[in-house]
Design a protein around this ligand. Structure first.
Ligand code: NAD
Length: 507
């Protein structure tokens, strides 16, 4: 472990604060980074205090002044170098994600691959920040829009994607001409420090230290300061709906912009015509992957009543074979929950489910060993149960029978969140109904694919209490820029729009 941390530049007593240099003695409290698979402390990290925060903001504002003047394709070159550096460190950074966040090896590596994919996407994007030209209604006029850099962007991230979500934001924001201040989750400070070190190898020689400063802190301190800070035009927040609502109010109070990627309560519908083998594999990955700690984790499985019993039987069989254990072992499929309180929340949710009439079909227990290990759990439920409508960030899957597809789609939509959804069917009509305006109300709607594991090429995000934000691909970059509509009169007359006359007379 020590050699891994050394290679990633993490010292015995790391500082969590980088403005245009590492602050050797930040003013904030200490947090412990704990390995969720063993309960052992990996390192203690010092957080930012108010003075550190002010230095970071100054550095980010200064670097924004320089960075915004560089042509976007040159900004893209820096992100290309970041992508190359991440390729070099993929194995180590991914292993640190495994160590600190408890993701299995393949998912830890996948997270770094997602960062690399974002770099590649952003390099291309740096030559495609297109504005439209519209025909003007006035003679000798040109009407068009252009996109300018926005300013320093605050990025607040959740523990469960400790590095990829930074890249979603930072890569786009950087080619758009913004600097980025990052406040990661205090549960995963070391991965953030490692990312900062990798970025610094590119930024410092280019004289751009301060473009991506790191400000580790709690929600009450750095999180709130970022939300209230008028120097930050955009706060991109990833986390729970509960905290997201606080963030949205706080940023709106100063009429800033927020980009919200909040919780999900995702469902899959399995119809009688479905390829059940395909559905089974997709369901297990979506429900059990990352130990149920993805925003896109499958939480509700709505299966046609004619097939639910045999399908459940097969599911229980697969659940029995899930290899739970040390996430650093290559053959492990499910690692631990992030902390003990998450285990307690899971057990509390299961007790509630039983009290509301649910029946545990498989799992339901904490494993008697060090670390926060639980059994992946299947619960027979019905759509009227209140607990089914909540996001419990743990591997609980509720199985709900349906009779009519309209009813299944209505249940799938009948939750506060609107992130990810899917249908398994071989019938075109059912698939198209699910994707139509009267179908899924989620930001993501899939056919014959599970709810989790999105590619970066599409815009990622969800509706309703998921917050409405979009990040990563497609035109998500527009959130990180300001749009300017421009009209140029190259004639000698001053015609007014809508034919308005404003005759000043002979004078
Ligand atoms: P969380 O809401 O507890 O914390 C998220 C971040 O918010 C952390 O950095 C935390 O320190 C910070 N924070 C806490 N209070 C704050 C405040 N008052 N002001 C500003 N920041 C504050 O979430 P978590 O437990 O780290 O992550 C799990 C949640 O995140 C789940 O609900 C999951 O669905 C969601 N999530 C959503 C997405 C998405 O893209 N939609 C992705 C990952 C996680």
């Amino acid at each position: 472990m020590d050699s891994l941390l050394n290679r990633l530049g993490i010292s015995d007593r790391p500082s969590g604060v980088y403005s245009d240099h590492w602050h050797p003695q930040p003013e904030g409290a200490e947090v412990e980074s704990i390995n969720p698979a063993t309960g052992a402390v990996i390192r203690s990290v010092t957080l930012a205090g108010r003075g550190d925060y002010e230095q970071i903001l100054s550095a980010a504002c200064r670097s924004f002044q320089i960075w915004r003047n560089l042509p976007a394709p040159r900004r893209g070159q820096l992100i290309r170098e970041l992508g190359a550096a991440l390729r070099l460190h993929k194995r180590d950074l991914g292993m640190l994600v495994t160590l600190e966040a408890g993701k299995i090896v393949s998912e830890g590596q996948g997270e770094v691959q997602e960062m690399i994919d974002m770099c590649d996407f952003a390099v291309g994007l740096s030559r495609q920040l297109y504005g439209l030209t519209m025909p003007s209604e006035r003679p000798d006029h040109r009407l068009f829009e252009q996109w300018h850099p926005l300013g320093p962007v605050g990025v607040i991230t959740a523990f469960n994607f400790p590095v990829a979500v930074w890249a979603w934001n930072a890569c786009l924001a950087a080619v758009c001409g913004d600097s980025v201040i990052w406040k990661p989750s205090p549960l995963t400070p070391l991965t953030a420090i490692a990312v900062q070190n990798i970025a610094n190898r590119i930024l410092e020689p280019a004289g751009l230290a301060g473009l991506f400063p790191l400000c580790l802190g709690t929600g009450d301190t750095v999180g709130s300061w970022l939300c209230q800070d008028r120097r930050i035009p955009l706060v991109s927040f990833t986390g729970s709906c509960q905290v997201g609502k606080l963030v949205a109010r706080s940023v709106a109070d100063r009429l800033g912009r927020s980009l919200l990627e909040l919780g999900g309560n995702n469902a899959v519908i399995v119809t009688p015509s479905a390829d059940q083998e395909l559905a089974l594999r997709a369901v297990v990955f979506a429900a059990v992957g990352t130990a149920g700690q993805r925003c896109t984790t499958l939480r509700r499985l709505i299966v046609h009543e004619s097939i639910i019993d045999p399908f459940t039987e097969r599911l229980v069989g697969v659940y029995r074979s899930i290899r739970i254990g040390d996430p650093a072992h290559d053959d492990t499929l499910m690692g631990p929950l992030i902390r003990l309180s998450a285990v307690e929340r899971m057990l509390g949710a299961l007790a509630r489910a039983e009290s509301e009439g649910g029946r545990i079909l498989y799992g339901g227990r904490r494993l008697e060993r060090a670390g926060n290990f639980v059994e992946p759990t299947l619960v027979r439920a019905d759509a009227s149960m209140a607990i089914v409508r909540e996001e419990t960030f743990a591997p609980i899957l509720y199985l709900i029978p349906y009779r009519e597809l309209d009813e299944a789609i209505a249940w799938q939509n009948d939750v506060d969140q609107g992130l990810s959804s899917a249908i398994f069917t071989e019938r075109l009509r059912e698939a198209e109904q699910f994707l139509s305006a009267r179908g899924s109300d989620c930001g993501i709607a899939n056919v014959n694919i599970g709810t989790s594991g999105a590619e970066i090429g599409g815009a990622f995000g969800g509706e309703k209490e998921t917050g409405g934000g979009r990040e990563a691909g497609s035109d998500a970059w527009k959130a990180y820029m300001r749009r300017q509509t421009c009209t140029v009169n190259f004639g000698t007359q001053l015609p007014l729009a809508q034919g308005i006359k404003f005759d000043l007379g002979g004078g």
